[in-house]
Design a protein around this ligand. Structure first.
Ligand code: ATP
Ligand code: MG
Length: 236
């Protein structure tokens, strides 16, 4: 294959990897002993899959996303990316893999407040070492309909507009998987509908898979597969 001569993680840029969560268990220390949050969660995430996870507050949805994206080790189980368990990697290698594999969208947007919105997008491209980051960032501002606001600070944009920037930032780096944790959780109905439409059209134009946590049943329906997390288990 032409990819064989590339450095170790370069192949992650080709968006065609399969990710597999296998028998993930997670316990936390509670005031009266260990609490089992996840008791054996397995999910295959094929390329371009779209997976919605719903479930009651406190059921472990955000915990599961953090484990998937290499941010928090499970108590037991494996997260296989490119045929290796990411928690067997060194911290540095896992951080490299994380930045090249995953794009994040959070409920609270998490844009850098001191940077303009276009600088927020450009920074994530620069961290990844992408060439022409200014041109790509500009294209993404256009893709999400905010080119006219590109030099503004995040706080001067509405919540819905900030989330459009966050979607652009997540997708601009061409990740294999978009991980979205309640991306409409802080928005009113109108903005939430706008984000749903934008996320859907951005995902259709992208090769990325989507793993989406939401309370919003309508938003969950943009995904091909819907799971509910309940009592530490994923139910279809
Ligand atoms: N670092 C931690 N230490 C101890 N307990 C934790 C920790 N992180 C999460 N928990 C607990 O794990 C459970 C699951 O939390 P998590 O944030 O994953 O839930 P969630 O399904 O995302 O909830 P929500 O819908 O409210 O966002 C909660 O009871 C939470 O208190
Ligand atoms: Mg949560």
């Amino acid at each position: 294959m032409a990819h064989e001569s590339l450095p170790q993680f370069e192949t992650f840029r080709y968006n065609n990897i399969m990710i597999q969560l296998t028998d993930i268990q997670k316990n936390y220390d509670g005031p009266s002993g260990e609490i089992e949050i996840l008791t054996g969660v397995s999910i295959p995430i094929p390329p371009k899959a779209s997976i919605a996870i719903t479930g009651p507050s406190g059921s472990g949805k955000s915990t599961l996303l953090r484990i998937l994206a290499g941010l928090e080790p499970p108590t037991k189980g494996r997260v296989i990316v490119h045929n290796q368990n990411i928690y067997d990697l060194t911290d540095d290698d896992r951080a490299t893999l994380r930045s090249q594999t995953f794009g994040f969208i959070f409920q609270s947007f998490r844009l850098f407040p001191a940077l303009t919105v276009i600088e927020n997008i450009q920074l994530s491209l620069d961290i990844k070492g992408t060439k022409n980051s200014d041109t790509i960032a500009h294209e993404w501002m256009e893709n999400v309909g905010l080119a006219h606001r590109k030099d503004h600070l995040p706080e001067t944009l509405s919540g819905g507009e900030q989330q459009r920037v966050a979607i652009a930032r997540a997708l601009a780096t061409n990740p294999s998987v978009i991980v979205a944790d309640e991306p409409t959780g802080n928005l009113d109905k109108k903005n939430s509908d706008g984000i749903q439409t934008m996320l859907q059209s951005c995902m259709e134009a992208s090769n990325a898979a989507l793993v989406l946590v939401t309370h919003d049943i309508e938003l969950a329906k943009i995904c091909d597969t819907q799971y509910e997390l309940s009592n530490g288990q994923l139910l279809k």
